[in-house]
Ligand binder design. Structure first.
Ligand code: GUN
Ligand code: ZN
Length: 476
């Protein structure tokens, strides 16, 4: 097995991906190296936290000097690094310029010859909102190229990995078709493609639909890369939807534009009076000092900060998975932008998938907003309560925990047996008074199901006016 999952939370995982140049822990962020541009040296990337890099084999191939060096010394010799390096194929150039001067078989062979750790076919990144027919014929060509790439890749017999892109534009049924075909190939990594235009225009809900449609089909034992996703603001969200690999050109592109990354959005350097960060750059410089520097020096420092915060966020996401607090982290992060909230709410259309992957034993349940009621812990609790064997003929359900009762009514969870009042989830939940409507309506729905399941009992409800209001609403 090339990929071993060591911890899970929501649909996120911490895993170990084996490559010829070593093991990479996921979720991982791959900084994009442009082999044509001298910027942060690839060998320095480890210092910021990178365990794997990504570069573009087409850019290397097109330049005679780079190509010959790569063929002679290998990709790692060319870049001067010993950590794993993934290569892209020129598909991004295909998307931007509409054409590339290379075939799929040529670029797949080239990536193998320069000893790339993860090889990518020349897939066709159909832009968002393409006509169905166009998206389908592009996808058919992508699938043909993937099959060809698989055969070429196997003929080398190297132990490097093959990435299988998932395409289909914004048509979720085509994404599912692409994912089904990808499962049938001997690839090692899946890569969800052509989402950059959506990310650039903050269409996060559309990206979420694509990711969830793909994840609903893709073999869960292989890692999934989200091509072109490099802003730390979205790492928690998409990790929770099952993404394992991100790549960042953003650290450099944003820096060249005086844009400063944070896990809750982008700041313009001109607007910053105080750096909200303690990385070496931010500790040793003031925003004013940076503004006075020459452009190249400034871009370098902002890029360094961008890398530090991006890897900091990756570590935070990994820790959240290990401590089963990824839902809490996502619900905090999505508050940075309304479109992130909208994107996370797409999870409601995939609750079964989420429930299949999310572990059931956790320590705490922090209620952090309306979205907390989507967590599988709520549904699981309500289903479990319906299974409880009740021996009495008459039971008391009370919304007031100060009076003796058989069951208590709690926001979010609904009916909680007295003996489970100290157990996870309801007993380990931190909530507050005056929660949002959702917290009561989901509880009342649970109560209704419980009462239906126990129709043969006499149930006495002792509830205050607030609960009475929600109960009446449900009954009307
Ligand atoms: N980089 C950004 N998007 C894509 C994509 O869809 N395919 C490939 N190969 N690279 C990309
Ligand atoms: Zn910083």
């Amino acid at each position: 097995m090339r990929f071993e999952i060591t911890a899970k939370d929501a649909m996120g995982r911490v895993g170990k991906l084996q490559t010829p140049h070593g093991v990479v822990e996921t979720p991982a962020l791959m900084p994009v190296i442009n082999p044509n541009i001298r910027f942060i040296p690839p060998a320095d990337m480890k210092k910021y936290g990178a365990e794997i890099l990504i570069t573009n084999s087409y850019i290397i191939y097109r330049s005679r000097k780079l190509r010959e060096t790569a063929l002679e010394k290998g990709l790692h010799g060319l870049l001067g690094v010993d950590i794993p390096v993934m290569t892209d194929s020129g598909s991004f150039q295909l998307m931007v310029y509409g054409d590339v001067e290379i075939t799929n078989s040529e670029i797949v062979r080239f990536q193998n010859e320069i000893k790339s750790d993860i090889v990518t076919p020349l897939d066709i990144p159909t832009p968002p909102d393409a006509e169905y027919g166009t998206a389908m014929s592009d996808l058919e060509e992508t699938l043909r190229r993937e099959k060809e790439a698989e055969e070429i890749h196997e003929s080398y017999g190297h132990d490097n990995l093959l990435s299988i892109p998932v395409q289909g534009s914004t048509h979720t049924e085509l994404r599912r078709h692409s994912a089904r075909e990808a499962n049938g190939l001997n690839g090692d990594v899946f890569a969800i493609g052509a989402v950059v235009p959506l990310l650039d225009s903050y269409r996060f809900a559309d990206v979420a639909k694509i990711v969830l449609a793909s994840k609903s089909i893709l073999t869960p034992t292989k890692p999934v890369h989200l091509f072109g996703a490099g802003h730390p603001m979205i790492f928690a969200l998409f990790t929770a939807m099952g993404i394992d690999l991100f790549d960042s050109a953003a650290y450099a592109l944003f820096a060249k534009d005086d844009r400063y990354l944070t896990p809750y959005g982008t700041l313009k350097l001109e607007e910053i009076q105080y750096f909200p960060c303690s990385c070496p750059v931010c500790l040793n410089h003031t925003p004013e000092e940076l503004r006075k520097m020459n452009k190249n020096e400034r871009a370098y420092l902002i890029a360094e900060h961008n890398l530090y915060v991006s890897f900091e966020e990756i570590r935070r996401v990994k820790q959240a998975i290990k401590s089963n607090e990824l839902f809490e982290l996502v619900e905090r992060r999505i508050r940075a932008h309304p479109y992130l909230i909208q994107a996370w709410r797409e999870i409601r259309n995939h609750l079964e998938l989420l429930e299949k992957h999310d572990p059931s034993a956790k320590k705490v349940f922090f209620y952090l907003g309306r979205e907390s009621v989507f967590r599988p812990a709520v549904k699981r609790h309500q289903e479990r309560v319906m299974q409880v064997e009740i021996e009495k003929d008459e039971i008391v359900i009370s919304s007031d925990s100060g009076i003796p009762a058989d069951f208590y009514l709690r926001p979010v969870f609904g009916v909680v047996p007295a003996e489970l009042m100290e157990s996870y989830p309801a007993g380990h939940a931190e909530t507050y008074d005056d929660l949002e409507d959702e917290a009561y309506t989901v509880a009342v729905e649970g109560l209704k199901k419980f009462m239906d399941a126990n129709r043969d009992k006499k149930i006495r409800l002792v509830v205050d006016d607030k609960w009475r209001r929600y109960l009446n609403e449900i009954q009307n």
